[in-house]
Design a protein around this ligand. Structure first.
Ligand code: 5GP
Ligand code: MG
Length: 177
């Protein structure tokens, strides 16, 4: 285990199993709808790559890059660093996110895309950290609930580190305190 990690919360195997289950649901729900799957960069990249391969129906890929987070504390300020390239008007769109924490990012992303009049707009988040909620949503698809700890790995970073870890782990407090 990487030395800065205090505890592994979700193993590769657990993540894989849950993604396969979500894949079955998404495949059934989006069959024949040619959805556009919008990944919210950068944390989602690892999840996106695994998730897309479990959706066994034709879909298009697009990405949006928003920035809101400095270190471990949400600044609450959000900006679009890179917008999606597709015209989503009248299309079925599914947002993929790494983690739903305060809800500010998802709220921002949802409104941003909703204003372009998609036929449907749903949210799938791999992790859900319900304890720090500021904006309540009901994501349509939730992978795994996690406790109120700062987690890294499987795409999630702390100051751009630890994204490459294959598991989701709790970062030792001494690293960010
Ligand atoms: P929210 O806007 O819901 O507070 O947070 C969403 C974003 O904050 C996520 O997309 C992620 O980038 C970041 N974030 C929230 N909680 C964590 C966490 O425990 N670890 C990491 N690495 N990022 C987090
Ligand atoms: Mg993110």
């Amino acid at each position: 285990m990487e030395k800065d990690i205090q505890e592994i919360l979700l193993t590769e195997e657990q993540i894989k199993t849950r993604i396969a289950e979500l894949g079955k649901e998404l495949t059934a729900d989006y069959a024949g709808k040619d959805p556009i799957i919008v990944g919210v960069l950068k944390g989602v990249v690892v999840f996106y790559a695994d998730m897309i391969r479990e959706i066994k129906t034709h879909c298009e890929m697009d990405f949006m890059w928003i920035s809101s987070y400095a270190g471990t504390n949400s600044t609450g300020k959000m900006e679009v660093k890179r917008d999606i390239a597709s015209d989503i008007k009248g299309r079925h769109v599914l947002i993929l996110e790494d983690i739903y924490d305060t809800g500010n990012s998802l709220d921002f992303t949802y409104r941003h895309l909703m204003s372009r009049e998609p036929a449907s707009l749903k949210i799938c988040t791999l992790l859900d950290k319900p304890e720090r909620r500021q904006v309540e949503f009901t994501p349509d698809y939730v992978g795994i609930e996690v406790p109120d700890e700062f987690v890294v790995g499987y795409g999630l970073d702390y100051n751009e580190k630890y994204r490459e870890l294959p598991y989701v782990g709790v970062l030792k407090e001494e690293i960010y305190k």
